[in-house]
Structures are given as structure tokens and as C-alpha cells.
Design a protein around this ligand. Sequence first.
Ligand code: NDP
Length: 333
Amino acid sequence: MTNQFNALVIRESATEGQPQTVAIEALSDEDLPDGDVIVDIDYSSLNYKDGMALTGAGRIIRNFPMVPGIDFSGTVAISSSPDFQPGDAVILTGWGVGERFWGGYAQRQRVRSEWLVERPRALSSLQAMAIGTAGLTAMMCVVALEDGGVTPDRGPIVVTGAAGGVGSVAVAILANLGYTVTAVTGRPDQHEYLRSLGATSFLDRDALTGPSKPLQTETWAGAVDTVGSTMLVNVIAQTKYQGVVTACGLAGGTDLATTVMPFILRGVRLQGIDSVMADRATRDRVWARLATDLPAGVLDTITQVVPMSAIADLGPTILAGQTRGRIVVDPNA
Ligand code: NDP
């Protein structure tokens, strides 16, 4: 067998009703799926959706066996695409990779060239995955706030699920751009961490997950919500006239029991954010912003690197909201 490398493989149990199995296996190029580019992977990362894949929650894996990992950074090894040459530094996020198609928890992967973007020169491969899908999504939220006319002088921005991956990157970018940031977290012991990223005030998760009135005191010029459910309902109810709420996550639930009042009386805009199917132009724009608007030192504060052998145990931890910031996965460690 040629080109042996390691990959984390999730297999369905042979016995109906039994949990899936997760193990590192030795594969070769012949085992890889169809595609026109093979990438030597430097790093992948752990996102909420990876937690779902690793634990079987939400049945997000569509085909077994599956190599999970919804993003990766690496170097093109073999390419039959005119768009990429061996040696090119690339990033992949989304497109169903790690759910429907094999993903980044591997030393090597074969993918479709249209899913790849060039890694910005200002970012190392490690920094690209310290950002990863979560950071791309955070920047998409910030860009949506800007596109909606939310400038720093309009008032504070609230970030929910602030100590998580998307939340941490959003806090850091917004603070760096001069916004006043209020961080909502269920973990008071993370206030100092969030302060180091630039948050200046804090709200306890419980303050925004209780029963809500449709219109509350106008407080936020904008919001980055990673939580959904009652948290999002309360955030919308507290958003100022013509403010923008970006909704990207469901860590607290998928329901949304609100009324039209904030929209028709205050002109509040609820902007959905999806990074998975975002087009190439959006990705290039957002990655370019990440290369300039997220201080490298702050990125280091957010990031922890773990070997691929540690990742299966971290799946339940991220779903429980117990990981902090971003976890980068090193498949070569
Ligand atoms: P993390 O687990 O790192 O962050 C989620 C955070 O939400 C936790 O750290 C915690 O923050 C908070 N939280 C967790 N559970 C609850 C709860 N029950 N009620 C209220 N708050 C809770 O995940 P990610 O940052 O990777 O992802 C965040 C969300 O964004 C996920 O739902 C994910 O699916 C979604 N997402 C969406 C994308 C898109 O394209 N739309 C792309 C990437 C992610 P704290 O302890 O500070 O309260």
C-alpha cells in the first residue's frame, strides 16, 4: 500500500441501536473519495458541528464510514485542477465536508477544488485553523453588522455564547474594530478571558434566557447570537431602533418564539448567517478581513492545539458548552 497516513474514522455499529465507533485508522490514497485535489493537512479544528458528528448527536453524518472535521488548512499535494498547483496553501471550510464528504481529521484528504480557497499570505496554516469555521462565521456576522449600517458610534454590541469559538472570535474582532462589546456567558470564571479579548461588560446567561416581553429597553445597536431560542428572543427584544441581529447558532436551541413587534415598530433586522454554502466571493472577502482585523496575539489567547488522538473525548465537551475559544486539531502530532 502506498502513501499510508492516519485518519479518524467514524463507523456505524454493526449492531442496530449501538453507538457509532470512532478510531484512528491507517488509510492510503486509494481509500480516499473522489475529487480533483489531494491536500496534505496541517491542521483541522473542533467546531460545535464536529461535536455533533463525534457523538452522533443530531445525526448530522449522512454517510458511513465518515472522516469528520468540517474544516482544514494544508498544502496541495496533487492536483488535476487548473486552479491549484502542488505547494499551494489552501483552506477548506463547510460544503458538507465532515458531514456528507470526508473531512479534516486526517493527515491527507482528497476534495473538490471548488471547495478550496487560497490561504491569505498574512495567516499561517495554524492561524487559519485557529480561526476555522467558527472564526469565518464570526467575521461574517461582523460584516453583516457593517452592511446593515451598524457603526461603533451607534451603541454596544452584544455577543452571546461569548466564551465559545464563534463568540470569542466575534468579541475580539468587534473590540479591535472599536465597538463596545457586552459578552453574555454562562461561565463567570471566563470574564477575565473575555476582558482580555476586549469585552468591557458582561451579562449572565440566565439574564437573557428567562421569559421575555417582545419589546424591552432598547440597549444593543447590534448582536452576534450563537445560542438561539430564548436568548435570541430577548436579544431581539432589546435591540435599538434599526439595529441588526445576526443569528448564526443553536447552542441553546432551535426554537424562536418571538413576535413581529421589534421588526415593525423598531425596524430591527434579523440577519441569518450561513458559512457552509457561502460563495467563493464572500469567503475571499471574509478571509481577507480576518487577515487584517483579528490581532494575531489575541488569536493565540483564544487557541489551544490538541493531537488528533484527543479529539474524540472533546466531542461531548464542546456540546456541553465547556470548551473555551478555539481548539485546533493537529493530525500529524
Ligand atoms: P462552542 O460550543 O464553542 O460555543 C457555544 C457557546 O454557547 C458555549 O461556549 C457557551 O458559551 C454557550 N452555550 C452552550 N450551551 C448553551 C445553552 N444551553 N444556553 C446558552 N448558551 C449556551 O460552539 P461554536 O462557537 O463552534 O458554535 C456556536 C454555534 O454556532 C453552534 O450552534 C454552531 O452550530 C453554530 N455555528 C454556525 C455556523 C454557521 O455557518 N451558521 C458555523 C459555525 C458555528 P458561554 O459558556 O460563554 O455561555
